[in-house]
Design a protein around this ligand. Structure first.
Ligand code: GN1
Ligand code: MG
Length: 371
């Protein structure tokens, strides 16, 4: 057994999982948590797989509150899905308790770990391949918001204060520029200017919220395309994963982040930014999928602001990558020098592409919301 497999087996042994450990590997797609896939064989020879995940405590200083949120939300969803469709053949996310009955365990080398069922027969995509996948992903996130729309916002705690507070993210960037703790400001002049010239858009959504024109809902807050499990055979979205950031938020954050993550033909860290583009057919598919499941609870103002939210959340993510670059790469996992700056550049290129097509996007939204 490799050392990695031994570690995985050790962590797995603290959870109430049946069977004998037969293998494990690391899954490296997220930027935040450490994730393992572990396989267990039962007496009949059947193999079941589980996700073991350590919560990043730098990002989530209160992992137990994160776990409480997830437990509340998965229970709520699973109960409703079961009630609505007794013959439900799909898969939902379930937490497996530790041997002591708690929803998470302390790891042997520290840290808080939790265990989920692995959603079989599905895969995730970093880059969208076709409009069907875009439609399905948006439909799944809309369905998620719909399923939790009757869960009172107060039942879910804020685990990262100001997560989508774009003005606060902007202020933090200005501080990082001022400090220039790693001498990197010089290398990011163009990006800094790009963001500074768009300061006026940072507060738009929060201003609407403060004025009572938008409402807070229970939202996912990390609607990356690779947080949707897609059935390998049918291309249908089966289940939304990565519930760590489920918090009170705006429905618009989720849609905006989805457009950010699922309209460009290249990965988030593509070095050739000329390849970055907000592809209109993908946007149209996202909008149709989202409205299919979210139309019932969205207000006219929310619908009107959908294209704007895409621009804002994409710029916010650019701001976050740039801030982390200037602060020495302490938040997002990086795999090469300048990784966060590369990521920032794709985001800003996407903002530009959205700006160029914003009118078209708005007309499409108007047309679709009428039908
Ligand atoms: C992080 O964990 P992951 O890779 O799904 C981040 C998101 C960013 C995203 C950018 C808790 O998501 O907010 O949009 O990277 N999650 C957290 O790729 O900060
Ligand atoms: Mg995440």
């Amino acid at each position: 057994m490799t050392e990695l497999a031994r570690n995985i087996a050790e962590i797995g042994s603290h959870f109430a999982i049946d069977g004998t450990f037969v293998g494990g590997e690391e899954i490296e797609s997220g930027h935040i948590n450490t994730t393992y896939l572990a396989s267990y064989q039962d007496d009949d020879g059947d193999v079941s797989r589980y996700i073991l995940q350590r919560i990043n405590e730098y990002v989530f200083p209160e992992p137990l509150v994160v776990m409480k949120n997830i437990e509340r939300v998965t229970r709520h969803i699973n109960r409703k899905v079961f009630r609505a469709k007794r013959d439900f053949g799909g898969q939902t996310l379930n937490l497996y308790p530790g041997r002591d009955g708690k929803n998470c365990v302390s790891g042997p080398a520290g840290g808080i770990w939790r265990c989920y069922n692995y959603i079989e027969g599905c895969r995730t995509y970093d880059v969208v391949e076709n409009t069907r996948q875009a439609y399905q992903a948006a439909k799944a996130f809309g369905a998620f918001q719909d399923l939790v729309s009757d869960l009172p916002v107060e039942k879910v705690s804020v685990t990262i204060p100001g997560f989508h507070d774009t003005p606060a993210r902007y202020a933090r960037l200005l501080e990082a520029i001022e400090k220039d703790s790693h001498g990197r400001v010089e290398s990011a002049k163009e990006e800094i200017d790009f963001i500074k010239s768009r300061e006026s858009i940072t507060g738009v959504l929060l201003d609407h919220l403060k004025a009572g024109r938008l409402v807070e809902r229970v939202t996912h807050n990390d609607t990356k395309l690779n947080n949707v499990m897609i059935d390998e055979q049918t291309d249908e979205a089966v289940c939304v994963i990565d519930l760590d950031t489920v918090m009170p938020g705006l429905a618009l954050y989720d849609f905006g982040d989805l457009v950010r993550a699922a309209t460009s033909p290249v990965e988030e860290d593509e070095k050739d930014v000329s390849k970055v583009e907000m592809r209109m057919p993908m946007f149209e598919a996202l909008l149709e999928g989202y409205l299919e499941t979210a139309r019932n609870f969205l207000t006219p103002l929310e619908i009107e602001l959908l294209p704007f939210s895409a621009k804002l959340i994409t710029m916010e993510t650019g701001i976050r990558f740039l801030t982390d670059h200037l602060e020495g790469d302490v938040y997002f996992k990086t795999h090469h020098e300048g990784h966060n700056l590369d990521r920032c550049r794709t985001q800003l290129a996407l903002v530009k592409s959205i700006e160029e097509q914003e009118e078209k996007m708005c007309s499409f939204v108007k047309k679709s919301s009428r039908s």
